[in-house]
Design a protein around this ligand. Structure first.
Ligand code: PGA
Length: 251
């Protein structure tokens, strides 16, 4: 069974860098192979960014989607709409949607099913709030959230898992390296229980306040296949530093 692909995924959230084409040009020299890079811009910027990145190795993705193909769902965007704007992947269940928009595990599962049905990669985001971490229940909570967020027909070959502790997102705080390592090991075990052998090739990313100063310590941990990066992906120079660290950080 093949080893997980290494990834560095930028999530721009509701932000757009001033010079999109300039940003894309900075990424044009990235080599094939070592690290697969992707950027998830706001939906209105997806087509333009996909076009600007067309001759690079960088993929684009949606930040969210509606599970239906089309219909009376004001404000929503379907997976095929994202795909026709160039997306090859889509986040599902980011904590800013679970918490801010009340998205349930079932809603996330429906989105993952819709993403994979279009042959796109679903990035399933999971992670515990601070109170759960302090109560010593982070592992059980996060594994439960992952399993409940996977639809019955989930495909390991179109899945990435992103572990993002809620309290680490945008706060400048991160778990200790050992805590990240323990959670990723538990997620790996859950994935191989769920999918059998193919669960061992699912990439498991860490997300939450990743910066050039902590990425080395994170990326060297076993079962950390890369990072999902918010704030630090808005500046191309910083994001390229993270990509290079991911390429260099493990044997
Ligand atoms: P952050 O966000 O890197 O700004 O903490 C990470 C995320 O929400 O994916």
């Amino acid at each position: 069974m093949s080893k997980p692909q290494r990834w560095m995924i930028g999530n721009w959230k509701m932000n757009v860098p001033a010079d999109i084409e300039g940003y894309a040009r900075r990424l044009s020299g990235l080599p094939h192979g070592q690290v697969q890079v992707a950027l998830c811009p706001p939906a209105t910027t997806l087509e333009r960014l996909s076009e600007a990145l067309r001759s690079t190795i960088v993929l684009t993705g949606g930040q969210d989607c509606h599970p239906a193909e089309h219909g009376a769902f004001t404000g929503s965007v379907s997976v095929s709409m994202l795909q026709s704007a160039g997306a090859r992947l889509c986040l599902a269940g980011h904590s800013e949607r679970r918490q801010g928009m009340g998205e349930s595990d079932q809603a996330v599962a429906a989105k993952i099913e819709a993403i994979q049905r279009q042959d796109m990669i679903a990035v399933a985001c999971v992670g515990e709030p601070l109170a759960i971490r302090l109560a010593g229940e982070a592992g059980a909570f996060t594994i439960g959230q992952l399993l409940a967020s996977l639809p019955p027909a989930a495909r390991a070959d179109r899945l990435i898992v992103a572990y993002e502790p809620v309290w680490a997102i945008g706060t400048g705080r991160t778990p200790l390296g050992e805590e990240i390592e323990a959670m990723h090991a538990a997620l790996r075990e859950a994935l191989t229980d769920r999918f059998g052998e193919s669960g061992s090739s699912v990439a498991i990313l860490y997300g939450g306040s990743v910066t050039p100063s902590n990425v080395g310590e994170i990326i060297r941990r076993p079962d950390v296949s890369g990072c999902l990066v918010g704030g630090a992906s808005l500046d191309p120079a910083t994001f390229i530093t993270l990509i290079n660290s991911a390429a260099a950080g493990r044997p």
